[in-house]
Design a protein around this ligand. Structure first.
Ligand code: HEC
Length: 105
């Protein structure tokens, strides 16, 4: 089970149709920045350096994994699949990629 569980999770992430839908949309970083401020910054801080509610996210992340995390949440992160549209998740990713995920760390 130690090996099977992460494998199943990866497969589910790779095949999830909603993740694929989001990845097909061009995102708008300016709209994403507004969404980030209202939906994410409380836990991850405005610049992604983390806080009480969530870890630092200011380092590189995979696109698919990030979209999956936003839609379905994690151990302690809420899911946003119902709260956000596909376009909003794409906009958020555009902001994260442009301004939060520092590729220099
Ligand atoms: C209630 C607090 C909370 C909110 C709100 C929240 N997160 Fe998180 N986030 C977490 C926690 C805690 C984790 C750590 C892993 C887990 O629980 O899955 C995490 C993990 C992540 C990760 C993966 C970090 C890594 O290194 O693997 C990303 C990316 C992320 N969050 C982005 C976002 C975005 C974008 C939003 C807004 C749409 C958001 N989070 C909203 C708490 C939060």
């Amino acid at each position: 089970m130690r090996v099977a569980f992460p494998l199943l999770f990866l497969l589910a992430a790779a095949c999830d149709p909603r993740v694929g839908d989001v990845l097909g949309l061009p995102g708008d970083a300016a709209t994403g920045e507004v969404l980030y401020t209202t939906e994410c910054a409380d836990c991850h801080a405005p610049d992604g350096t983390g806080g009480d509610g969530g870890p630092a996210i200011d380092h590189a992340h995979g696109r698919r994994a990030t979209v999956h995390q936003m839609l379905y949440g994690g151990a302690d992160m809420p899911a946003f699949a119902d709260a956000l549209s596909d376009q909003q998740v794409a906009d958020l990713y555009a902001h994260l990629d442009a301004h939060i995920f520092s590729h220099e760390h």
